[in-house]
Design a protein around this ligand. Structure first.
Ligand code: 13P
Length: 264
């Protein structure tokens, strides 16, 4: 963590929690964070169908006692504006539900749904056109790491995924480094492995966009983040928050990750 970059803790619920479970989570979570003044941004990415409920709950909370800035993220968006794209959701539809962030390039989108760097790049551009802030995910598989390809994989994902995006776009972009082998496995990267990868990612951003942009961009770590490892990870100078899957499904453990991470 670096005091010049506000850490960002984002819950990626993946395909979990419809509207009623979203309501249960938010009521409990808001009661936990009430009165806390975390020096961090908190983001929740529910499934699309739970966005209206989340927007309603946070909007009414913001005018009441539980006021606290929780930002809403989508887990994906279409690279197209509108039309005959069955099953897709456009960036303008997301804007109607106070969505400010959108997760793009997640390894599950890449490996299960076949999203290429080119598709992810088109989505990044579409998100920025609508003034959404991308949480741009990158990461290597275990086989890639073990065969010494970590840096080349990350470099390709960065250069192709961000192709054509400007420094101004980068000011509104968050990068999430998520080693695929650490996602949902209970195996976390060691803080040294994570720090080394983050420093490398920041150096590639510096090559493309210059030192100022690289110094400002926030890079989250994702992959089996838990209350017990958050503080050590967040102590690393190039780690600026976390993108959390399983442990963000329970209000208490999401809360503890933020509290422990911020205590650092
Ligand atoms: P887990 O925290 O469940 O490992 O998931 C990480 C992730 O993929 C967040 O996007």
């Amino acid at each position: 963590m670096n005091i010049n970059r506000k850490p960002i803790f984002a819950a990626n619920w993946k395909m979990n929690k419809g509207a009623s479970e979203t309501e249960d989570f938010i009521k409990s979570f808001l009661s936990k964070i009430q009165g806390q003044n975390f020096a961090a941004e908190i983001v929740i990415a529910p499934p699309f169908v739970s966005l209206p409920k989340l927007a309603d709950l946070l909007h009414s909370a913001a005018t009441g006692q539980n006021a606290h800035a929780i930002q809403i993220a989508a887990q994906n968006c279409s690279q197209y504006d509108s039309g005959a794209y069955t099953g897709e959701i456009s960036v303008l539809m997301l804007r109607e539900f106070f969505v400010h962030y959108v997760i793009l390039g997640h390894s599950e989108r890449r490996s299960i749904f076949g999203e290429t760097d080119a598709v992810i790049n088109a989505k990044m551009k579409k998100a920025r056109e609508a003034n959404l802030k991308p949480i741009f995910c990158i990461g290597e598989t275990l086989a890639e790491r073990e065969s010494g390809k970590l840096e080349s994989v990350l470099r390709t994902q960065i250069t192709e995924g961000l192709s054509g995006l400007t420094e101004k776009d980068m000011a509104e972009t968050v990068i999430a480094y998520e080693p695929v082998w650490a996602i949902g496995t209970g195996v976390t990267a060691t803080s040294q492995q994570a720090q080394d990868a983050h420093a490398f990612v920041r150096s590639v951003i510096a090559e493309i966009y210059g030192a100022d942009t690289a110094g400002r961009i926030r890079i989250q770590y994702g992959g089996s983040v838990k209350p017990g490892n958050a503080a050590e990870l967040m102590a690393c100078p190039d780690i600026d928050g976390a993108l959390i899957g399983g442990a963000a499904l329970e209000p208490q453990s999401f809360f503890e990750i933020i509290a422990n991470g911020c205590a650092e």
